[in-house]
Design a protein around this ligand. Structure first.
Ligand code: CP3
Length: 346
């Protein structure tokens, strides 16, 4: 299999702890609705999940942003909720409303989840990776990903998105053993999923913990740090050389503990993380982030200034330019072009 050499990829060099001038850039959700060519392919698939499960189309949309912008990494097109789907939970993406799942809220429904068909359900993602890796330029590595057990569990228990993840937090308080069982199952399947993505050709991995910030400290340790640590250990046991980026959104001052204790190789910071704090983290590990996706929608001189200040604060250490959360569908394409040129001429 063709492998991107470390020396030819600023993204992999940054993950190995090196500073780069200019720093590498990619954007979370870089394939998506802000691109007309994505909307065109999306219209061909009968549902969003079908798009994720059709390697030919998923590979095409993975590559689309790379044709327009000089990004330094690609990320396989899929979704974190493919994992509950692979466990046999009903998952649907309702246009304009987001994901809807058949909620699992008690021991019985969690016992009903099974890994028996998971390998088959996840196989299209590995085929997508193989197709993308065959097409990518030699200097652009592919990132594989999964949701963190806690974040995936919030969707599974709630039956969709929510503003406070109340259903999962309540289940974890009321019936710890059942919730632990769900988390253990998610660690198992996610470890296998990430390892298989590496085997298919992913050169780095990212764990999305979008709702890590909704947990009080004790629960944060139990449901975010501990499961992430076990997941990373399981992956490293098989793929010790594959760097893992953690994205624990909204955890503020707990980022230092997360960085120290989970075993991740780099930390992706959300928009609310002060760059001064990112500098402190950068002493210990590479950092990624954290431009406000809304500023990329707005554009103008404020965007130029903020990009400049982020680069000035973090560019002399191991750093990957990114957003603090996924790119928004209303983002003007010219603003992305502008952003990439600002970063590349730094
Ligand atoms: O980054 C990439 O380009 C890779 C693809 C990717 C998607 N989702 C595609 C997607 C990745 C890495 C994700 C991660 C994901 N999915 C997260 C973690 C990151 C975050 O945003 O917090 C979460 C929480 C999900 C769950 C999810 N998927 C939600 C809540 C939604 C609906 C909201 C929305 O933006 O519509 C999705 C749908 C989704 N996943 C879309 C895309 C491109 C839009 C659906 C469409 O095109 O019809």
């Amino acid at each position: 299999m063709l492998r991107v050499p470390l020396s030819e990829s600023p993204f992999l060099r940054a993950l190995a702890g090196q500073a780069n001038t200019p720093p590498p850039i990619w954007l979370m959700r870089q394939a998506g609705r802000y691109l007309p060519e994505y909307r065109e392919v999306r219209a061909k698939a009968s549902s969003f999940l079908d798009l994720c499960r059709t390697p030919e189309l998923a590979a095409e949309v993975t590559l689309q942003p790379l044709r327009r912008f000089a990004f330094d990494a690609a990320i396989v097109f899929s979704d974190i909720l493919i994992v509950p789907y692979a466990l046999g939970q009903r998952v649907e993406f309702v246009e304009g409303e987001g994901p809807k799942l058949e909620p699992v809220r008690d021991a019985n429904s969690i016992v009903g989840l099974s890994q028996a068909n998971a390998a088959k359900a996840l196989a299209p993602v590995y085929e997508t990776i193989e197709r993308v890796v065959a097409e990518l330029p030699k200097t652009v590595p592919l990132i594989g990903f999964c949701g963190a057990p806690w974040t995936v569990a919030t969707y599974m228990v709630e039956g969709g998105g929510s503003k406070d993840q109340a259903a999962a937090r309540l289940l974890a308080y009321r019936d710890e053993a059942t919730f632990q069982h769900l988390i253990d199952l998610l660690i198992d399947i996610s470890a296998e999923y990430l390892v298989n993505q590496v085997k298919a050709g992913a050169r780095a991995l990212q764990i999305f913990d979008s709702w890590a910030g909704s947990l009080p400290q004790d629960e944060f340790e139990r449901w975010c740090i501990a499961p992430t640590k076990r997941l990373v250990e399981r992956v490293k046991a098989v793929a010790p050389d594959t760097p893992v980026i953690g994205f624990p959104r909204g955890i503020g001052v707990l980022a230092e503990r997360y960085a120290r204790e989970t075993g991740i190789d780099a930390i992706s910071c959300d928009t609310s993380m002060p760059v001064g704090w990112m500098q402190r983290l950068q002493v210990h590990l590479p950092v990624q982030g954290n431009l406000d996706p809304l500023l990329l929608v707005a554009g103008g001189p404020q965007l130029d200034r903020r990009v400049g200040s982020i680069l000035e604060a973090l560019g002399s250490g191991p750093f990957i330019f990114n957003l603090g959360h996924g790119i928004l569908p209303e983002t003007p394409i010219e603003h992305v072009t502008k952003l990439v040129s600002l970063v590349k001429k730094s």
